[in-house]
Design a protein around this ligand. Structure first.
Ligand SMILES: [Cu+2]
Length: 485
């Protein structure tokens, strides 16, 4: 067994050569070796004692109730990290071991996922893989050795089900960056902007969706709609504008932290040069008019400030801007109301940022078909299947360490599905049979009836889940697991 394999198979508790006081252990609460089970069965891992909490962690995040005034007179009651949205920015160094205490100051159990990091099973923060839940009032110390470099994020990985206060519907998300990667170009300012939607409520599934989806049963299921949307914690016009000067280059790090809404944004009069997707530099940086950012995706892009005025960076849809999804960009000395102008939208195509060359032939291929099977078990939402099975009753994908595998996502529904793979990055290698390579991501949006192929290297032993990042899909069966043999 080589060192990597050995370490990967060990819990952090076993690796860390530390001895702590009884006080530290007593304060620590739950979390630990248990839950390393097979990840099937959908039963939440039983929390047990984890590593003693010795001394102060490098970072502390507190999940707590908070009120946010997102616009004058509009207050959202939610839970968030340290009472702020987004949560504190975590700037970590590639390969440098870091501890993060997550304190659960709410009355429901929860856990935190480090999205895009190549984390071990225990610290990845997904209960389906066996990571421990953090009980109310308790603290869990996550130990991360961050990689790869780039724009990542952290968020709750709790199930929400029909409770629209939990999981991705809440304010429990924040940016996490891993330094040590290649430069994405020179710039004069940089800003981290997260999109989120608030005050979710049930609405009937739109008839149009049923009409365009031949396989979809006529469902009594619900969809989610929202009353407000924000960039960071403010509706359009309610927060401070981004103040710029003519001639500046602005680096924008954009994150879609919505539970269920993909977004398309533009900045009229300007273009975005896309440098990285999901934090990874793209092979072919391109200048585009609009950015399509599915749930959980990130875009790092540079904007040349060469058109003085007061502008709106926001959703291309008027009704979504009215909900608040936008932020004002104000040039020095410019006056007046913020201006929106419609921007021509073209279908988003990941291939424009990739290489045309075909990727290497994989060692194994998994065909995965996504189908909506209507409401089950009294839920408001439809249940989803991958190859006819819903989590937790699924057939694991079995992989051998060191080999390259292809997942062929085939969306047989009228919904979009941002597919996320835990603990590994993947390479997008085909969209509707058109080959491509070099685009490394952790989340890829699969459009209605589309086929998207992604390859990953099985080099991180341990249970690994993949799922749709739409909260209402993931909570209702749209999740599978990869097991190393
Ligand atoms: Cu989905």
């Amino acid at each position: 067994m080589d060192r990597r394999k050995f370490l990967a198979g060990m819990s952090t508790a076993a690796v860390a050569p530390i001895v702590c006081s009884p006080l530290g252990a007593a304060m620590q609460g739950h979390g630990g070796m248990a839950g390393m089970g097979d990840g099937q069965g959908g039963v939440k891992a039983a929390p047990t004692m984890g590593p003693p909490l010795c001394g102060k962690a490098d970072h502390t995040l507190r999940i707590e109730p908070c009120k946010l005034e997102i616009a004058p007179g509009v207050t959202v009651e939610t839970t968030a990290f340290n009472g702020q949205v987004p949560g504190p920015m975590l700037q970590l160094k590639k390969g440098v071991r870091t501890t993060i205490d997550v304190v659960n100051a709410t009355d429901v159990e929860d856990l935190t996922h480090w999205h895009g990091l190549h984390t071990d099973v225990r610290n990845d923060g997904a209960m389906e893989q066996g990571a421990p839940m953090i009980r109310p009032g308790e603290t869990f110390r996550y130990t991360l050795t961050p990689e790869p470099s780039g724009t990542r994020w952290y968020h709750t990985h709790n199930t929400a089900g029909d409770n629209l206060n939990l999981g991705g519907y809440s304010g429990q998300f924040g940016f996490l960056t891993v330094d040590g990667g290649p430069s994405l170009g020179d710039y004069d300012q940089e800003h981290y902007l997260a999109f989120h939607h608030w005050m979710p409520h049930f609405v009937p599934m739109v008839m149009q969706m049923q009409n365009i989806s031949a396989n979809r049963p006529v469902s009594t299921g619900s969809d989610v709609a929202y009353r407000h949307a924000t960039v960071n914690a403010h509706c359009l016009g309610a927060g401070e504008p981004l103040r710029v000067r003519k001639g500046q280059r602005i680096m924008l790090h954009l994150l879609n932290a919505s539970a269920t809404e993909n977004v398309v944004v533009a900045l009229p009069g300007h273009k975005f040069k896309v440098m990285a997707l999901d934090g990874n530099p793209v092979p072919n940086p391109r200048v585009v008019d609009t950015l399509s950012i599915a749930v959980a995706e990130r875009v790092d892009c540079i904007v040349e400030m060469d058109n003085p005025g007061v502008w709106i960076l926001g959703s291309t849809l008027p009704e979504v801007r009215e909900m608040g999804l936008g932020i004002v960009i104000e040039y020095a000395d410019a006056k007046g109301a913020a201006v929106w102008r419609d921007v021509p939208t073209v279908p988003w195509d990941y291939r424009q940022f990739a290489s045309d060359a075909a990727a290497p032939v994989p060692d194994g291929i998994f065909n995965l078909q996504f189908v909506d099977v209507g409401t089950k078990n009294g839920s408001m939402f439809d249940t989803w299947t991958i190859n006819g099975k819903s989590w937790p009753d699924v057939d694991p994908l079995r992989v051998e360490q060191g080999k390259r595998y292809r997942m062929l996502f085939h969306n047989l529904s009228g919904d979009q599905h941002p597919m996320h793979l835990h603990r590994h990055s993947f390479e997008v290698v085909a969209i509707d049979d058109k080959p491509m390579s070099g685009l490394i991501k952790d989340t890829v949006n699969v459009l209605p009836y589309q086929r998207v192929a992604v390859d990953f290297i099985a080099d991180k032993p341990g249970d690994t889940i993949y799922h749709c990042h739409m909260q209402l899909h993931m909570d209702h069966g749209f999740l599978g697991i990869i097991k190393y043999v």
